[in-house]
Design a binder for this molecule. Structure first.
Ligand code: MN
Length: 500
């Protein structure tokens, strides 16, 4: 996904009117400089909007109400430059439903040993002002993220930028439509779920569309449009003609028609994510393969077999990493497909893939465009992109429905270079080593009830997904190098009592 949708983040500086005009003028000037520096860092995914210092309960409530009502405002960063008595924040925070970042910073980086006096101490008070604010957000149980660090420090700025990306993705979810072509795959449990609960929690709307309507549109795609699309394919991918070039090209043309029809259908209904189901392809001659791969590369969320939760999560990752995809760094729909156990637990790997639909944003090098029959379903051989993924640290994440709440499970993984070329495997694939190792990760994932479908990313970090879970009221289970079976099973039991 090339660019972030047009959101802003509001910056609120807390103080009170006891300090007098001179100090408050200094507070305003300092907070303006902080916001300017963040905006000019080149790291922020969208503009941070400075607001005059808030000094009273009425002023705080008015600013938070305005930000709450502003469709373009994805969240608020709050910083207590001085002490700001937190009872003043209760009325405002009571109406606040969007992401909140408490930035615990200070204008002055270092203690001015030679010059420090009580005026300096009274002006640079976030060390205790932010604790007062922290108490009230904890007391009111407001979902929030706390970042401590000097505002001029690149590491602090990067953390703020990542939080902003997550806030933008939460905002995107509030209007996200996930079109389902076909229902959930028959009898599959984990991909199904409560669509009403998901809309209440995330804003996701999950309407159904008859596959026949899409089939009709595919048949009406013009030859000229199809030719243009096939030319694009030839420029972007290495087309493998195989023993019968005419056969290959005919099948690629059909996939181009599917892509054109799908794209116009989704844009017309305002859907940024979609699912397909290979059991329900009425009127389609091929399962959409290349079409899904290219739409994902353009920022659409996708998952197979009617899995709308994973499609929504892929879209969420696309927004979180808007503007960062490229050179093998990206996001994709993924499935744990096959294991490599090897001689020892530490050698064990997972081979991830899907029938066809892996996003080429994670490809190492140029993807090959190939046509092969599909061993499952009863349709023509579909065109698909085949590639290996870029070796890099990554995450796999899934959202599952536990009836009374949603659980997000994340596993940190390391994508590795395959030992061999997989000459007979006609799909895109990703070979990875999970943390802490494949054996323990698989056990933990299965204990946590995570399904076989995931959203995969080598840009979005586990911390970002944890922030997303915090902002949306989702249980979050992280499987990484610190995970042990005993701690994970206890965590699941403790979480169950919290989320019940
Ligand atoms: Mn699947």
């Amino acid at each position: 996904m090339k660019s972030m949708p047009a959101y802003t983040i509001k910056f609120l500086t807390g103080s009170q009117d006891l300090y007098g005009d001179e100090t408050l003028a200094q507070v305003a000037s300092n907070s303006k400089k902080v916001v300017e520096a963040l905006n000019q860092s080149g790291l922020m995914p969208c503009p941070i909007v400075w607001t005059p210092t808030v000094l009273t309960p009425e002023g705080i409530k008015a600013e938070l109400e305005a930000a709450q009502a502003d469709q373009g405002c994805a969240g608020v960063i709050a910083w207590m430059h001085t002490f700001s008595p937190a009872k003043m924040w209760i009325a405002g925070l009571s109406v606040w439903k969007k992401p909140l970042l408490q930035l615990n910073t200070q204008f002055n980086r270092d203690l001015p040993y030679a010059d420090i006096d009580m005026d300096f101490m009274n002006l640079n008070q976030s060390a205790h002002g932010d604790r007062e604010f922290g108490f009230i957000t904890a007391r009111m149980d407001i979902p929030r993220t706390v970042i401590a660090g000097h505002w001029g420090n690149t590491h602090t700025q990067e953390r703020i930028a990542r939080w902003m990306r997550v806030a933008c993705a939460v905002a995107d979810g509030k209007t996200l439509k996930i079109a389902r072509f076909g229902d959930n795959m028959r009898e599959v449990a984990v991909t199904d779920g409560d669509k009403v609960a998901a809309m209440i929690r995330y804003g996701w709307s999950v309407p159904y569309y008859g596959i026949g309507d899409l089939a009709e549109r595919i048949r009406s795609v013009s030859d000229a449009d199809t030719n243009r699309m096939v030319d694009l394919y030839a420029a972007e991918y290495a087309i493998q003609d195989g023993p019968d070039p005419a056969y290959t090209r005919t099948h690629i043309r059909e996939q181009a028609r599917i892509e054109i029809a799908l794209r116009s259908f989704l844009d017309e209904i305002g859907a940024k994510a979609f699912t397909t189901n290979f059991q329900d392809l009425h009127g389609l001659t091929q399962l959409p393969g290349l079409a899904c791969q290219r739409l994902m590369a353009d920022g659409y969320g996708f998952a197979g077999e009617g899995d709308w939760k994973t499609a929504a999560l892929v879209r969420t990752f696309k927004v979180m990493s808007a503007g960062c995809e490229g050179k093998g760094f990206g996001n994709s729909f993924m499935e744990d497909y096959t294991y490599h156990f090897g001689n020892a637990d530490r050698d064990a790997l997972v081979l991830g893939a899907h029938m066809l639909e892996i996003c080429p944003s994670i490809a190492e090098g140029k993807a090959r465009l190939e046509v092969h029959p599909l061993g499952i379903g009863d349709r023509d051989a579909p065109a698909r992109l085949v590639f290996d993924a870029k070796p890099a640290p990554a995450i796999c994440a899934a959202v599952t429905d536990f009836g009374n709440h949603f659980r997000c499970i994340i596993n940190k993984v390391q994508v590795v270079k395959p030992e061999g070329p997989f000459p007979k495997l006609p799909v895109a694939r990703v070979l990875w080593k999970p943390e802490p190792d494949m054996i323990r990760a698989a056990e933990a994932w299965i204990y946590a009830g995570g399904g076989h479908h995931t959203a995969f990313s080598n840009i979005v970090t586990a911390d970002m997904v944890r922030d997303w879970a915090e902002m949306t009221g989702t249980e979050c289970v992280l499987i990484d190098n610190s995970t042990t079976e005993a701690s994970l099973r206890n965590e699941l039991r403790w979480n169950a009592s919290y989320w019940r």
